[in-house]
Design a protein around this ligand. Structure first.
Ligand code: NAD
Length: 483
């Protein structure tokens, strides 16, 4: 590994400079693969958030605010190129910080580079329209940035989530304040250093690590913030929305799900099986769009279970740098949550279960990948987001029953339908309540170009693709009377 000290993990990054956080506080950071403390990060405060918001406003009033969309796009594209030159370093940092296997961490770095490339190219391709109106008028619309945007990011996919939200916000000309998760903020710091190297003007992107209840609350309730993008838990998402509401600040919430894959008896099972399993256990199940429910039509139910179980039985959880199927969970707290769910499933049929590498360090937060079968749709394991490598299989008979089960949770993020019947594909794509429906595939989090977001408790607003550029901008209508 090359040295990666191109950023300072113990500092906040505000107005183009690395500074000690106000008050000088530090938080320990842990390697989830070992449980060992591996360093410290800044404990950003409300005062740091104030300074970051002021710096962002300064950027809007200065060089950044005056820059053409084309020039903004060029800078984003250059950031993407610098990220692409550091893929291995970024992967190693993320694997150490988050505990995700190296290959998965590298895929996140590739996605970050791709987001910058995509939004770099899109920056000058968002246009308004002209509107036919009364005689003697010319009416047109302008897409304008919100202004200062706040980005509160979780620990599960820091690089991808930074890419999709900060990338789109910068492309539209906003100036950003990013609050990464206290469990995993190193790649956020590494990223902002690369952005600076690419020529992003000072203040356009500020990064304040810190605790949710300190830096996070300060950002979500800040009157100088004009838009908030939050990804994380339902509980914190509703707190963020309530805090933002006091300032009438718009929010985008991405809060996770209980995403189903529906397998009909005419499906191509050879194609389906790898997705049925892989879309749940990637990142050890700590994925908002994890497919944690599989609904299987009875004629193929036992065959699908058997084939999925064989994959589970072969799955190994091991330290991230070993690059096995699964790494550890992010923290002892997350392991407690997931083992609590495994205990709730004690009376269920365990169809398949992976193992933990014999030499995995005791302090690491490992749980075996587990597939439960014959689970009732209203069981807590089939209703609640577990955020671990735990999947439930539910049998069904009819299409109507499958739709009712698929739509029968509080969430609606992603779904997939596996069937060779074209009419059924179209019917279900419409009937399933979700922000994304995949047909004969499943793209957990994938697809920079594809608008992404949920309904119900999965949240609201869309990120990714061109749609995010609308979310990170506001529309102005100009009506000129000229007679
Ligand atoms: P969280 O919601 O507590 O944290 C997400 C982000 O919000 C972090 O940056 C955190 O510092 C910040 N935050 C925490 N409290 C805040 C507050 N009061 N105001 C403003 N910001 C605050 O999520 P978590 O503890 O990291 O994980 C708990 C559960 O959340 C998981 O088990 C999982 O179900 C869910 N989760 C979902 C996603 C997702 O992608 N949808 C990501 C991570 C976690």
């Amino acid at each position: 590994m090359r040295d990666h000290l191109w950023y300072d993990a113990t500092k906040v990054f505000i107005d183009g400079t690395w500074r000690a956080p106000e008050g000088g506080g530090q938080l320990d950071i842990e390697d989830p693969s070992t449980g060992a403390v591996i360093g410290s990060i800044a404990r950003g405060t409300a005062a740091d958030i104030d300074a970051a918001v002021a710096a962002a406003q300064g950027a809007l009033d200065g060089d950044w605010g005056r820059m053409s969309a084309t020039e903004r796009g060029r800078i984003l594209t250059k950031i993407g190129a610098l990220v692409a030159m550091r893929l291995d370093d970024l992967a190693m940092i993320e694997a150490t910080d988050v505990g995700k296997p190296l290959t998965q961490a590298r895929a996140d770095a590739v996605a970050l580079a791709r987001y910058m490339e995509f939004y770099g190219g899109a920056a000058d391709k968002i246009m308004g329209e002209t509107i036919p109106y009364l005689d003697g008028y010319t009416v047109y619309t302008l897409r304008e940035p919100h202004g200062v945007t706040g980005h509160i990011v979780p620990w599960n996919y820091p690089m991808q989530i930074i890419g999709r939200s900060v990338g789109a916000a910068l492309a539209m000309g906003n100036a950003c304040v990013l609050k990464p998760a206290e469990e995993a903020c190193l790649t956020a710091l590494a990223f902002v250093a690369l952005a600076e190297e690419a020529g992003l003007p000072r203040g356009a992107l500020n990064v304040v690590p810190g605790l949710g209840e300190e830096a996070g609350t300060a950002l979500s309730g800040h009157p100088g913030v004009n838009h908030i993008s939050f990804t994380g838990s339902v509980g914190v998402g509703s707190l963020v929305q309530a805090a933002a509401a006091r300032n009438v600040t718009p929010v985008t919430l991405e809060l996770g799900g209980k995403s189903p894959q529906i397998v009909f008896d005419d499906a191509d099972l050879d194609a389906a099986i790898p997705f049925l399993v892989g879309a749940c256990i990637q990142n050890a199940g700590q994925t908002c769009s994890a497919s944690s429910r599989v609904l299987i039509q009875r004629p193929v139910y036992e065959e699908v279970i058997e084939r999925m179980a064989a994959r589970y039985d072969a799955m190994i959880s091991a330290p991230a740098k070993r690059d096995a199927n699964l790494g550890p969970l992010i923290s002892a707290k997350q392991k407690d949550i997931v083992t609590g769910y495994l205990a709730k499933g004690a009376d269920l049929r365990v169809a398949g279960m992976g193992s933990i590498a014999e030499d995995a360090p005791n302090g690491g937060h490992y749980v075996p990948a587990t597939l439960f079968a014959d689970v009732s749709p209203d069981h807590p394991l089939a209703q609640e987001e577990i955020f671990g490598p735990v999947q439930v299989a539910i049998p069904f008979d009819t299409e109507d029953e499958a739709v009712a089960i698929a739509n029968g949770t509080d969430y609606g993020l992603v779904a997939s339908v596996w069937t060779g019947n074209g009419a059924r594909q179209m019917r279900l794509a419409k009937r399933i309540r979700a922000g994304q429906v995949f047909i004969n595939n499943y793209g957990a989090g994938g697809g920079v170009e594809l608008p992404f977001g949920g309904t119900g408790k999965s949240g609201h607003g869309r990120e990714k693709g061109f749609e995010a550029l609308y979310g990170f901008s506001t529309l102005k209508t100009i009506a000129a009377k000229h007679g």
